[in-house]
Design a protein around this ligand. Structure first.
Ligand code: OGA
Ligand code: MN
Length: 222
């Protein structure tokens, strides 16, 4: 009799790990977790992202929001595809579930009142970058926690594309993260300026934000 190999879900056995990440976030404002996803998970997620790309579903990312959204390749030159539960691959849907679980942990431990996770897969084609920026839009503080998972096997220093996080505006102390397959990075969106250095080869990631409810939004009383 042949046995069917069922891969465990991305969610399985994560509670302890997500609590640990949340603790580090409280402590330092950011957390970097190499090996958050296995190589196989990262590979399968990359395949789903690249399938969408092959279908012509990516577009140049913009800066700003709403009516102010503009494509400005001199500021950022990555291409993105937004993901939604009903409009993504099966493993991408599991990734969204995993992020929902992280959101619940954040809410339980930090009382952040996060109500939404928005995310896209991004590709930085060779030569592309994202200049120093902060993830909150001016005057809109909904984006609270940034969460990024990288999907690039055997990324070397010479491949560029590092995420550079500015830890201290006065001393200009920085930290650079290689976008290696399976590495997860999360930080307080309002607190850290960051940039993506020019990538020397195609660089894939899934990038997202946990958001709070817009200020002033009220519920109708029933
Ligand atoms: C972003 C961003 C960082 C990265 O999309 O806002 O900063 O490492 N991405 O991909
Ligand atoms: Mn950013």
């Amino acid at each position: 009799m042949s046995s069917i190999k069922v891969s465990p879900s991305l969610l399985q056995g994560r509670d302890h790990q997500l609590a640990g990440i949340t603790d580090t976030l409280v402590d330092k404002g950011f957390a970097i977790i190499p090996g958050f996803l296995t190589l196989e998970e990262s590979r399968n997620l990359a395949t789903e992202c690249l399938n969408l790309r092959d279908q012509g579903e990516f577009h140049l990312a913009g800066v700003g929001r709403g009516e102010m959204l503009e494509v400005r390749p001199e500021i950022r030159s990555d291409e993105i595809r937004w993901l939604a539960r009903n409009d993504c691959g099966p493993l991408q849907a599991e990734y969204l579930d995993l992020m929902t679980s992280y959101q619940q942990t954040l809410n339980c431990e930090l009382f952040l009142g996060l109500v939404e996770f928005e995310c896209f897969c991004a590709v930085y084609p060779q030569g592309s970058f994202y200049q120093r920026h902060i993830d909150q839009f001016r005057g809109v503080e909904q984006r609270t926690i940034t969460a990024i998972t990288y999907l690039n096997e055997n990324w070397r220093e010479s491949d560029g594309g590092q995420l550079r996080i500015f830890l201290n505006e006065e001393t200009q102390e920085t930290l650079e993260v290689l976008p290696e397959a399976g590495t997860f990075v999360t930080f307080l969106s309002a607190d850290f300026w960051h940039e993506v250095l020019p990538a020397e080869r195609d660089r894939l990631s899934i990038t997202g934000w946990f958001k709070t409810r817009p200020i002033g939004e009220v519920f109708p009383l029933q």
